[in-house]
Write a protein that binds this ligand. Sequence first.
Ligand SMILES: C[S@@+](CC[C@H](N)C(=O)[O-])C[C@H]1O[C@@H](n2cnc3c(N)ncnc32)[C@H](O)[C@@H]1O
Length: 227
Amino acid sequence: MSQKLDGRLSCAAALVRGGRLADVGTDHAYLPVSLLLDGRIEYAVASDINSGPLARARETVQRNGLADKVDLVLTDGLHGIDAYCPDDIAILGMGGELIASILDAAEWVKHEKYRFILQPMTKRAELREYLITHGFFIENELVAEAEGRIYQTVCASYVGKNTSYSLPELLLGRHNIERGDGLTARYAAQLEATYTAIVRNKSRAGADARAELAALDALRQLNLTER
Ligand SMILES: C[S@@+](CC[C@H](N)C(=O)[O-])C[C@H]1O[C@@H](n2cnc3c(N)ncnc32)[C@H](O)[C@@H]1O
């Protein structure tokens, strides 16, 4: 049996170390089930705030005969997840601000033993800013494309010390810039187009566009597309 992952979830899977995984906001539970079937992890707790997604997760787990290796938990964010003793904690497919608020609500995450694998759908810069100003260190990032969309996956752990990032690093990810891959260049070009449109609309409306102009400036100076 296997549970095939798309490029987005494969990226998250690549960052899992092994051992015990918590998948928060699991929905269909594809990630933990795939990792268990591949023998990459030994156990998973799969949680969701909504009963519909958790029922979908239960269906995937049972179809693959993994009921003895997965606990399914209805809970908000990381509440109560520490009781399942996870090593790695995935929070994927949510907005960056929601991911940050989930981390912020759980005091127990402040321990070096946990690895967080985070995949923000929106507000990626805001999530990076939260992490680096709240004692988390971003160890790595991976980029993937699935169904025409570019996804960034952030791997972080708590070290109790803040890091300083430039604006381009917040927008694109330090590791992604250093790697200088084509997907990051394309993502930078997409961001440039978005900010250009916002600046145009705000300027027409006489609104303050300084933040977007600063982001545009930072992206243009990087010149990633010409590498
Ligand atoms: C778009 S799905 C992502 C599913 C899966 N993680 C993935 O990336 O493919 C988002 C899931 O997060 C759940 N969710 C939203 N807010 C949550 C919270 N505060 N705590 C736990 N789960 C949450 C939703 O019910 C939904 O099932």
